[in-house]
Design a protein around this ligand. Structure first.
Ligand code: NAD
Length: 399
């Protein structure tokens, strides 16, 4: 098996889990064509010991990490507004690039990132829409696009978290300058999921947003969101200053899809009691599909495509067993978020192997390319325009 040195930029919440996934991929997947080997981790000084403990070579020089000739792959796990420069520098240094979502902090940056990625067809450009790596969603996609249930009529997308109460301190996630806000953070996942499962994107939409908590205590020095929220986000205002929040806590969107289906999107960080409810309900002419990450191993399916009325009812299908692409330890020994992270790294290794051996990359659960992620940015930009102008917006007007 080939080895490839990988480096990471950012060692907050995402940085921590990635080391486990890179090291774990050949344990899960005996057929991975490439075994990643941990290289450098660009991180804040306070994070260096943690990065070393996870097997990385800690560095506070981001450019040196990107340009290190031993590294062939850069994983961007930085705050959203830092993705653009880092990813472009990585392509220019000849590296494969895996970038966290949302792709960028705004439309212009996302567009340029997709354009630059296109200039390097031999390098990976992959955005971490991780819910594509969940077997239940892989099955939902197959079912939704098989035509078995006929035309899609309605889509209800939602992503509800509950950590954004008044006691939660500020971090880059609450700052426009860093690409913060619930819409980009959570809405980007839902919009990618809508496209991934149904194959369709909104063609017009109308959106509204609100900021429930207008001021928060922000740290006076650069800190990760993970660092700010140590202790469960309970307010300890030492070393912090009270500032206005200039991003949304919640957004609602109504949209139309290309074939006439209608839908809604609901995102919030203020749904008390919802930890990570990323879900959807899809209603077709002859069936329905429901998923929620609270029960990530299951897909709920209602099949109305048979004539047998008496047999009709909801099926709760366990997708932790059966003929799915991704690793299962043993049926019923359920998957979690960490497993999806390993699956994502595996998918990247398959895509890189295809690029490097000149064969077409094909997958029943393809990576989200920078173009895919740019299209999510276009939809988010349409939401911004709709909110600013209090009107419906056509996606064809957002370039
Ligand atoms: N795909 C997913 O499921 C998922 C989940 C969480 C986060 N994310 C994405 O991953 C990225 C990182 O998120 P995170 O939760 O790990 O963030 P985090 O704040 O916990 O970590 C960010 C890291 O970036 C580095 N950094 C460099 N400059 C910084 C600055 N000015 N301020 C703060 N940190 C700085 C630090 O090493 C820091 O630890 C974001 O783009 C986020 O949207 C994706």
């Amino acid at each position: 098996m080939k080895e490839m040195k990988v480096s990471i930029l950012g060692f907050g919440m995402m940085g921590v889990i990635r080391g486990l996934a890179y090291r774990g991929v050949s344990g899960y997947y005996k057929n991975t064509p490439i075994q990643p080997v941990l290289g450098d981790a660009y991180c804040l000084e306070a994070e260096a010991a943690g990065a070393k403990g996870h097997g990385w070579n800690a560095s506070s020089d981001m450019q040196a990490v990107i340009k290190n000739p031993e590294t062939r792959y850069i994983d961007v796990c930085l705050p959203n507004a830092l993705h653009h420069d880092a990813a472009i520098a990585a392509f220019e240094a000849g590296k494969h690039v895996f970038c966290e979502k949302p792709l960028s902090a705004n439309l212009a940056e996302g567009k340029e990132m997709a354009e630059v990625a296109d200039k390097y067809p031999n390098l990976l450009n992959s955005c971490n829409f991780i819910y594509r790596r969940c077997p239940a969603n892989v099955y939902a996609r197959k079912l939704a696009q098989s035509g078995k249930f006929g035309k899609l009529l309605e889509a209800r997308m939602y992503y509800h978290q509950g950590w954004g109460g008044p006691d939660t301190p500020g971090s880059w996630r609450f700052e426009r300058a860093h690409g913060g806000g619930a819409a980009g953070d959570l809405g980007s996942h839902s919009l990618d999921m809508l496209y991934y499962v149904t194959g369709q994107r909104p063609i017009e939409l109308c959106a509204m947003q609100t900021t429930h908590i207008k001021q928060r205590w922000f740290p006076t020095q650069i800190m990760s969101d993970a660092g700010v929220r140590v202790g469960g986000g309970k307010a300890d205002n030492t070393g912090k200053e009270l500032r206005n929040v200039d991003v949304d806590d919640a957004m609602r969107v109504m949209f139309t899809l290309a074939d006439g289906a209608i839908g809604t999107l609901s995102v919030t960080r203020n749904a008390q009691g919802s930890e990570n409810q990323n879900g959807y309900e899809l209603f077709f002419e002859k069936g329905s599909i429901k998923f929620c990450f609270d029960e990530l191993n299951y897909l709920n399916v209602y099949d109305a495509s048979t004539d047998d009325d008496a047999a009709q009812g909801w099926s709760k299908i366990c997708c932790n067993r059966g003929p799915y692409r991704y690793f299962t330890f043993a049926g019923g020994h359920m998957d979690g978020y960490r497993d999806l992270t390993v699956n994502g790294i595996y998918e990247n290794m398959l895509a890189i192997e295809a690029l490097e051996s000149g064969v077409a990359y094909e997958s029943e659960s393809p990576i989200a390319t920078f173009r895919d992620a740019y299209n999510v940015q276009r939809t988010l930009a349409a939401c911004d325009k709709s909110i600013a102008e209090r009107c419906w917006v056509k996606l064809e007007d957002i370039k």
